[in-house]
Every structure is written in C-alpha cells, then in structure tokens.
Design a protein around this ligand. Structure first.
Ligand SMILES: NC(=O)c1ccc[n+]([C@@H]2O[C@H](COP(=O)([O-])OP(=O)(O)OC[C@H]3O[C@@H](n4cnc5c(N)ncnc54)[C@H](O)[C@@H]3O)[C@@H](O)[C@H]2O)c1
Length: 432
C-alpha cells in the first residue's frame, strides 16, 4: 500500500519505518526542514534502539522517503496517518493547532479518495473535527479513522512490530478492513486488532495512559507511607502483586512519571471532564501525587545535608524520563536539577543519551561528565534518577574512592540497600 505519515517524531518515524519494513511504500512528511534533511542522509534525530538500522535498510530499498512537501505527500498516498504532536496548553487542554493545520492541508491537496487516520493522541471528538475541517476544503470523498499508538519509547520498534493489541476506530466496515489488513503482518501471533467506533478508540488511548499513571501514583503514595511507617515497599509490592487481580507489572515506586504522554494525557482527561461539567477526582489526585513525588527527592537530599546544600556537590545519574531514550520531556530530572541548584548545590550529570537535550536546557549552569564515574568526582552524594542498565551494577568500591561523600539517593530502588550499607554508603530509597 502507499502510505503517508505526517509528523516525523517518535511516533511518526517509528510508524512510517515499521510500515515500510512490512512492504509498504511510505512517505514521511514533516515541517521541520532540518529534521527531514538529516533523515534523507540517514541521520536519525532521536535515539531509539534499532531505529537507525531499520530506517537505513528501508531507505536503501526505496520503500521509505522523507519530504517537507505536504502537497505531494498527500497526493501520493491512499492512507494518510497524522502523527503530529498534541502538547498541553497552559490549562492542561490539548493543543490541537498542528492537527488542525494538517487537516486543512490534507483537504486542500486531496485529489482522490483517501483514509485519514489520526494516530496522535487526541481528545474524544477530534477525528470528527478533522473530518469537518477537511470537508470544508474538498468535495472529494474520504474516510476518517482513529488508530491510537501504544508504543513505549525505548522499546518502540518492538512494541510496534509486536503490539499487545491494535485499536482501530472507524465509521464503516470497509475502512476497518483496509486498516486491519495493513496491521495483519504485526499481529500474526494472535494479538487482537480491536475495531471500535471512532470516539471509543480515541478514549481507549486516554483510558490506558490514565490507568498506567494511576498505578504509578498509587504505588508512590504507598511507598511514601512505607517510609513514614517503617514498612518496606519491596515486600509490600510482592505481597500485593501475587494477587491476580492486581499483578506485578507497572507497580514500581520512583521519582514520579514523566515523558511526553502520561503527564499531558492525564491533564487532558481532567480538562475534558471539566469541559463537560464532570470533575475527574481520581485523576486529579493522580496528577497531584505525581507533582509531589517529583518534588520529594530534593527535599530528602536537603534534609540529609542539614537543610543546606550550599557548597555541596551532587552527581546525577540519568536524565531522560526513562531508560533507552533521549527524551527529557517532563522528566523528573527537570524538577530535581533546578531544586538542587536553587538550594545552592553544584550539579554534575551523566546520561548515556540525553546529555545533549539537557544541555539545551541548563547550558553552563551544571557540569556534564564524560562517563558515569567522572560525574562522581568529589561528589558529596549521588542521585540516581533514571534506571539505565549500566547504572544497575556499578563498581561500588571505585565509587567510594572517587566520591568525597558516601550517600546515595536511589530514586528508582535499583540498588541493594543492605549491600550499600555494608559497603560503607548511606542509602535513601523510595519507601524502603
Ligand atoms: N512519544 C511517545 O511515546 C508516544 C506514544 C504514543 C502516542 N504518542 C502521541 O503521538 C503524537 C506524536 O508524539 P511524538 O512524541 O511523536 O511527538 P514529536 O514531538 O516527537 O513529533 C511530532 C512531529 O510533528 C511535526 N509537526 C508539527 N506540526 C506539523 C505540521 N503542521 N505538519 C507536519 N509535521 C508537523 C514536528 O515537527 C515533529 O517532528 C502525540 O499525540 C503523542 O501524544 C506519543
């Protein structure tokens, strides 16, 4: 099939590449000229394991092209995926500016029947709004569909190629059949393609992210109570996880959820509720608990150093909002770093992939280490913020030699508390 993907970010680029890899002819379009020029040369603007190789392979086989030309991108394909950003505005509402601009362009350049698929995460009713915008521009018949994306950054290729499920929202059977056949190569293991109406499909994405965010805020709140009462969250987690109705997955306490999805999607659901006169009590609390969790670690650090961080040197391991990505959008590090600086500390950071992005935010306000041990040089303490694999089993003796102090603030509970205490460290975890 001939496909166009508009918006070549984390989702659009992975979507376009994976569809090309399953034999389709794909055009990826973006308004960002620099990004498209790089991609044409095989230079990938983001870090995502396996993506570079897959892009280069499909470029070589002429199934994957990049362009900034909206007109040809629309005209060339029968199926157009919209995968542009849907960031939050200052009220927590979803900014649909890019989506609407793209819809207008699709309408303007529509030359024959097309299926216009919303892959971006959008509030219920947006695909219908897209339909109206396109209809204003063209009399050519077209169909709309909703096809939310569930990939996780850091495992995006794997998630796209082997999805737990695919959700497709359509207004008629024939559109559903076309999209189902497009996804069939990825669901050979029997994972379902769920076909719904358009509104339910849009809601499924928000409900999924809201549920996942709720799990994180829930376990963080219980972990904080463990700290206060002397219980151990590791045992509590195990103790509840063996209940089949609860399960073990996604119940890890930490320094709060970040990324470009959970924070904005939770806020968007709250906002949509408000628009309809319905107060989303649970999700409002989930959002507040998360803000609190991000602010908690700097408070613990301050308290440890007697309320004053002047002259203290802190090392941070991990800046991305999660491992295996360079994405720092809404990352806990963006709350922890300014809080430490404000309290008078100097901060040296390390991350395997996100240093460049953090440098764009903090410039010369912080120091950037060439490797994880260099970050510890003369540090009074280490703050573990993102659980990259390479941080999990460090050389603790080497760390003690390099550091001035001996305290570790483990924001992801990746270290063995007793082992660290035995090695001569002081240790703070989350709820342990
Ligand atoms: N990142 C994720 O893990 C993830 C997962 C699932 C769903 N989503 C959703 O997918 C959507 C895209 O997310 P992302 O992380 O890929 O965003 P992104 O910011 O990485 O990429 C968006 C791209 O759209 C381009 N763009 C903006 N306006 C445009 C226009 N008018 N025409 C063409 N291109 C335009 C930008 O230049 C950018 O390259 C969002 O709705 C997001 O909520 C994201």
């Amino acid at each position: 099939m001939k496909l166009t993907v508009i918006g070549t970010g984390y989702v659009g680029l992975v979507t376009g590449t994976c569809f090309a890899d399953s034999g389709n002819d794909v055009v990826c379009m973006d308004i960002d000229r620099k990004k498209i020029e790089s991609l044409k040369k095989g230079i990938i603007p983001i870090y995502e394991p396996g993506l570079k190789e897959l892009i280069q392979k499909n470029q070589k086989e002429h199934r994957l092209k990049f362009t900034t030309d909206m007109e040809s991108a629309v005209r060339e394909s029968g199926i157009i995926f919209i995968a542009v950003g849907t960031p939050p505005d200052h009220n927590g509402a979803t900014d649909l500016g890019a989506i609407k601009a793209v819809a207008r362009d699709i309408g303007r350049f529509m030359n024959e029947h097309k299926i216009v698929v919303t892959k971006s995460t959008v509030p219920v009713g947006t695909s219908e709004a897209i339909q109206k915008i396109i209809s204003k521009e063209t009399r050519t018949p077209f169909d709309i569909a909703s096809n939310p994306e569930f990939l996780k950054e850091g495992a995006a290729i794997e998630d796209f190629m082997k999805p737990d499920r695919v959700v497709i929202g359509v207004n008629n059977e024939s559109t559903g059949a076309v999209l189902k056949s497009l996804y069939e190569p990825f669901t050979r293991t029997g994972n379902p393609i769920i076909v719904t109406d358009v509104r339910s499909s849009e809601m499924i994405k928000y409900a999924a992210n809201a549920m996942l965010a709720t799990k994180i805020s829930f376990i963080n709140e219980i972990a904080n109570l463990c700290t206060i009462t002397g219980a151990n969250i590791d045992d509590v987690r195990k103790g509840i996880g063996y209940d089949n109705r609860i399960g073990h997955l996604f119940l890890f306490p930490g320094v709060g959820y970040g990324g470009s999805c959970f924070p904005k999607d939770v806020k968007s659901v709250i906002h949509v509720g408000r628009q309809h006169g319905y107060s989303m009590e649970l999700l409002s609390a989930v959002d507040r608990v998360n803000d609190h969790q991000k602010a908690l670690m700097p408070q613990v650090i301050r308290k440890h150093f007697g309320g004053n961080l002047k002259g203290r040197r802190l090392a941070l391991w991990g800046l991305a909002f999660k491992p295996k990505t360079d994405d720092i959008r809404e990352a806990p590090s963006l709350v922890i770093i300014p809080a430490l600086l404000k309290a008078g500390a100097s901060v040296t950071v390390h991350d395997p992939e996100a240093m460049k992005n953090i440098k764009n935010v903090y410039g010369s306000k912080i120091q950037y280490a060439k490797d994880m041990y260099a970050a510890l040089k003369n540090a009074d303490g280490l703050v573990l913020v993102t659980e990259w694999n390479e941080y999990r089993k460090p050389d603790f003796d080497r760390m003690l030699k390099v550091m001035k102090g001996n305290v570790i603030f483990d924001g992801r509970n990746i270290f063995d508390r007793q082992q660290l205490l035995d090695s001569g460290f002081e240790y703070y975890g989350i709820g342990r």
